[in-house]
Design a protein around this ligand. Structure first.
Ligand code: GLC
Ligand code: CA
Length: 546
């Protein structure tokens, strides 16, 4: 495979609303990102993905964009953005923005024009349909609950389509003028100096036939992911994005492509694919079915292991991946991926770090993961901010679960878990702001914070720094080397190797039992315990240079 600059990077994701607040309104801002670039440099980050900072009414925290070429004033100005790009560059960090073009905000001028005037050219930028015999055009459930169809205000029996919330009307990619607007906008941003994009929900841009399905929930609606995403024909839209925008720049793109099967990843990555790399969700949603919080699954470590192996082997055949365990839509990994509560701590956080960070691809760390941040438990549904927490809570009540059970599901899965403010110190409000943050804080901040960890050689932060350094020192193997399953003589252990000019063996015990393994010849270069004696202790993880 041809080598590209973005393969060697160390990715880091910022949720700007919660990273650092500089003007003390309780909301993180772009100057806050600038202020903390030194921190990111200290950690070793080289590629930053910043969640949407565009102008937005913030129903979905910026994933509902009302102006693609404006900045949300609460975050700062376009000058702040330019400064961020320049200051990051000075520190060897390149910046990816979030490209959200499956939908925009219902406050976007295009949508406003489209509903004001049926004859406007913007009408075709969205998907409008008439009802059928007094019913909705079809009975699909939207990702955030309720129908995908919303009545158009002031028009009889007419609906517009939304994959996500009703404040996020889908853009009609079948319309060539719309596609051109998007392509031009992307090119303008890339010329401004950003290095690329994380590409939001992009596998939803082609819709299948709007047909009814057998309802599968108490809401009378049907989950129709197979008709909503990865629909054949989408590769034509991908090709246009690639050839008319991405390929014109030395840019890096990462796709959010949930539910993409390995039989079609060649449309996503690799020589023929649209994007530089992909986030593979096939191993991140094992704890629930259909991404619905109340459909809990009792996943096993073996399943997790096999899903990771499969992901690595399949993507390696075709292209490049971007290993990750956390993002702003997922709960914290120490709770999601560690079954034994007593190891949902620094040992567990480091074990998961070892597991994902040495996989083949460009790794992405989510803010706070490098501190081993846990979930933030809330005692009432009113304490949640995320619109999806509220709709999932309602859905589970509707499905017959009690309030207590429903609250537990939301606590386990809520996107708010990852969106709490970054704990910089044990000062009031964790040094994030001098006033109460916009979202209820994680109560662990007095102990789990940057100030406590940054100079402690045994902290999770220092462990991440070591992993990053190891990767930078062994590019031939830890970046370009192939992934292979490794037989350590114990099926309970997750073990793989990376093979380049050297060979590294990664051994991770995700259980509270000690696990015996065959002896391995070599030098231990990373270990989340002080010692190792051929038996992995509970949640012990080591990297051996063979
Ligand atoms: C993606 C984003 C998520 C957002 C959704 C709709 O999944 O990661 O935060 O709510 O798209 O834009
Ligand atoms: Ca602020």
């Amino acid at each position: 495979m041809e080598r590209k600059w973005w393969m060697e990077q160390i990715g880091y994701q910022i949720y700007p609303k919660s990273f650092k607040d500089t003007n003390n309104d309780g909301i993180g801002d772009i100057p806050g990102n600038i202020e903390k670039l030194d921190y990111l440099q200290e950690l070793g980050v080289t590629l930053l993905w910043i969640c949407p900072v565009y102008d937005s009414p913030m129903f979905d925290n910026g994933y509902d964009i009302s102006n693609y070429e404006g900045i949300w004033p609460t975050f700062g100005t376009m000058e702040d953005m330019d400064t961020l790009i320049q200051e990051a560059k000075k520190r060897g960090i390149s910046l990816m923005m979030d490209l959200v073009v499956n939908h925009c905000s219902d406050q976007h001028e295009w949508f406003q024009q489209a509903i004001k005037d049926k004859n406007s050219k913007y009408r075709n930028y969205f998907i409008f349909k008439k009802g059928i015999d007094g019913k909705l055009p079809c009975n699909w459930r939207s990702v955030f609950g309720g129908s995908v169809w919303e009545p158009v205000p002031g028009e009889e029996d007419t609906y517009y389509y939304h994959t996500f919330a009703k404040q996020q009307p889908d853009l009609n990619w079948e319309c060539p003028e719309l596609r051109q607007e998007i392509i031009d906008m992307i090119n303008r941003w890339l010329e401004r100096g950003i290095t690329g994009y994380r590409v939001d929900a992009i596998n939803f841009i082609k819709k299948g036939e709007f047909i009814d399905r057998e309802p599968d929930g108490a809401d009378g609606l049907a989950n129709c992911f197979d008709l909503m995403r990865n629909v054949p024909g989408i590769e034509e839209f991908y090709a246009q994005l690639r050839h008319e925008a991405f390929d014109l720049h030395e840019c890096a793109t990462v796709s959010e492509t949930v539910g993409v099967g390995y039989d079609i990843i060649d449309t996503v990555v690799g020589e023929k694919g649209c994007f530089s790399m992909m986030f593979d969700f096939n191993y991140t949603n094992l704890d629930v079915e259909n991404e619905e919080y109340f459909r809990r699954r009792d996943w096993t470590v073996d399943e997790f292991k096999k899903a990771i192996y499969l992901s690595q082997k399949e993507i390696q055949k075709v292209g490049w991946s971007s290993p990750f365990f956390e993002n702003h839509d997922l709960p914290r990994s120490i709770q999601k991926n560690i079954k034994d509560e007593e190891y949902q701590n620094e040992i567990g956080a480091k074990a998961l770090g070892v597991l994902f960070f040495h996989l083949r691809g460009t790794p992405f760390i989510y803010q706070g993961q490098e501190l081993g941040m846990p979930n933030a438990i809330r005692s009432s549904i009113d304490e949640f901010d995320d619109l999806n927490a509220h709709s999932m809570y309602q859905r589970s009540l509707q499905e017959g679960f009690s309030e207590e059970e429903s609250l537990r599901f939301v606590n386990l899965r809520s996107r708010d878990n990852a969106r709490t403010s970054m704990p910089w110190s044990n000062a009031p409000y964790g040094g994030f702001s001098s006033v109460e943050p916009w979202i209820k804080m994680n109560e662990t901040y007095p102990t789990i914070n940057v100030e406590n960890q940054i100079n402690d050689p045994n902290s999770v932060f220092s462990f991440y720094k070591q992993m990053i350094q190891l990767r930078k020192d062994n590019v031939e193997t830890l970046v370009y080397g192939l992934f292979e399953e490794y037989d350590c003589g114990n099926q309970e252990v997750i073990s793989y190797s990376r093979n380049g000019d050297k060979k590294f063996i990664i051994l991770v015990n995700l259980s509270k039992e000690e696990q015996k393994i065959n002896s391995v010849d070599g030098k231990i270069v990373l270990n989340n315990y002080d010692t190792f004696d051929n038996t992995l202790k509970p949640y012990q993880a080591i990297v051996v240079e063979a």
